[in-house]
Design a binder for this molecule. Structure first.
Ligand code: ADE
Length: 245
């Protein structure tokens, strides 16, 4: 997968050199390229922002550097159709979730446009629809100072779903949100620590019982912490007997 990120703080994206995503880049599984938006300015001061029409606080990112940067990215796109997906991180976007991560992981070329200040001049976003599948995406219902942190989160969530990025693909199966529920609690050695014992069933060697215990824990945890998720989970996935187990 090819990923291009355009930002006025390319150093922010240095974390993409680390850990599994960094390794996937080294291995050639992910081709991540970070671009400095200021490279695409044409004035002496490398200006990327200006005051908003209509007044109001803050500054707005000028459309021209964005158009030049995105044109360069499209021109260098490895995708045959030359119509990459442009993710615009914004608190005004659709909320990112695991289903979206899976969907994006199936694409060949993702481009991220990191806005700062009060956002990007809307005409640049409209213009981009001519060459990209444009998707404004929010990390959640809160406001960050810019898109970079959101891009780090999205690239990690998407990247780890691409075959070859996570060493053991089985670890993707039983994790939070993989089946709409939160993950069950996990424990490691020692079995007794500071007066706290691990649940006995985990020492039983009975895999069916362990699987059932984990499922019940998933439901209990989800009901406690994220009851909103339960509405989307098939009631049929847990029988009343499971709940009593
Ligand atoms: N930029 C500012 N706030 C954001 C958010 N919540 N999600 C994505 N990008 C953002």
């Amino acid at each position: 997968m090819r990923i291009d990120v355009v930002s006025i703080f390319p150093e922010y994206l240095a974390a993409l050199d680390l850990s599994l995503i960094g390794k996937a880049r080294q291995d050639g599984v992910l081709d991540v390229r970070v671009h400095d938006l200021r490279t695409f300015t044409t004035d002496r001061h490398r200006t990327v922002d200006d005051t908003p029409y209509g007044g109001g606080a803050g500054m707005v990112m000028k459309p021209e550097p964005w158009a030049l940067a995105l044109e360069a990215v499209v021109a260098a796109s490895p995708t045959a159709a030359r119509r990459p997906t442009l993710i615009v991180p914004s608190p005004a976007g659709a909320v990112f979730n695991q289903a979206m991560a899976h969907e994006l992981a199936g694409l060949d070329h993702l481009v991220f446009a990191c806005g700062r200040y009060e956002g990007i001049d809307e005409r640049a976003i409209d213009w981009a629809r001519g060459q990209f599948d444009v998707r404004p995406v929010s990390l959640g219902d809160y406001v960050l100072n810019g898109g970079e942190v959101a891009v780090l989160a999205m690239v990690e969530a998407v990247g780890r779903l691409i075959p070859g990025v996570v060493g053991n693909p089985e670890s993707l199966v039983e994790e939070s949100h993989s089946d709409g529920l939160l993950e069950y609690p996990v424990y490691t050695k020692p079995s007794s620590w500071r007066g706290r014992d691990i649940p006995e069933v985990l020492l039983s060697g009975n895999h069916a019982k362990i699987a059932q215990w984990r499922r019940v824990e998933q439901f209990q945890r989800t009901a406690e912490r994220r009851p909103d998720l339960l509405a989307d989970v098939e009631a049929a996935t847990l029988s009343p007997a499971d709940m009593k187990a």
